[in-house]
Design a protein around this ligand. Structure first.
Ligand SMILES: Cc1cc2nc3c(=O)[nH]c(=O)nc-3n(C[C@H](O)[C@H](O)[C@H](O)COP(=O)(O)O)c2cc1C
Length: 197
């Protein structure tokens, strides 16, 4: 069973350490034999989400965002830490989604100026859970000094990012298969979270 993985680079900045981590994660996803899509949020140029807006739903960027999320079994979500939280553009990405993330699996990585990344990682994991998704029980955080010219050079953090990619490729299709089967069983208690509203 080949996995489909979407790597989301959650920085609005062009010259960005987050994008450096996204490149490393994408290489590891490919090495693990999965199909890959990458979304760099500084390129998607999404407007701030307006609930129920038909005009926004018709935008090419929004269609692409939702289509890729629906396609993916698993995600690698990389956020810069902003004021102890995920970036606004990554939160905005989440706000366009919900059913596309339910029953899916994600690995989470933070890039910080110097902090430990726990706050932004927790924020991303919580938001993914609120969309009925599941996350890896470990994560990775890279600080400013771990980079050289936008490339992640700290070997310990590099290994952790690659480990996350392999686990997302390994577990995401299994979870999706189980979730889809549960959903097909209806909305009774036996369907668990798949049948819950
Ligand atoms: C608005 C803002 C808030 C930030 N807040 C934090 C923070 O709370 N903790 C931290 O360690 N770094 C913080 N930083 C530093 C960024 O996390 C760091 O520069 C990171 O590399 C940004 O990702 P990028 O290189 O992909 O743009 C902040 C930066 C900005 C612009």
């Amino acid at each position: 069973m080949s996995a489909k993985v979407l790597v989301v680079s959650g920085s609005a900045r062009m010259e960005s350490n987050v994008h450096g981590v996204a490149r490393l994660a994408a290489d590891a996803v490919r090495a693990a034999g999965a199909e890959l899509l990458e979304h760099h949020l500084h390129q998607l140029q999404l407007p701030v989400m307006e609930p129920g807006s038909a005009a926004q739903a018709a935008l090419p960027a929004v269609r692409e965002l939702r289509g890729a999320a629906a396609w993916a079994d698993g995600f690698i979500l990389i956020t810069p830490e902003y004021h102890g939280n995920m970036s606004g553009c990554l939160k905005n990405w989440f706000d366009y989604l919900y059913p596309e993330l339910a029953g899916k699996f994600a690995g989470v990585i933070a890039v910080t100026g110097g902090g430990g990344g726990d706050m932004s990682i927790t924020a991303v994991k919580n938001t993914f859970a609120w969309c009925h998704g599941f996350t890896l029980p470990y994560h990775a955080a890279a600080r400013g000094p771990d980079f050289e010219d936008g490339r992640l050079i700290n070997p310990v953090v590099r290994e952790r990012v690659q480990r996350i990619a392999h686990d997302v490729v390994r577990y995401a299709p299994l979870l999706r298969q189980a979730f889809d089967a549960a959903k097909a069983s209806g909305a009774g208690v036996e369907s668990g979270v798949a049948g819950a509203r």
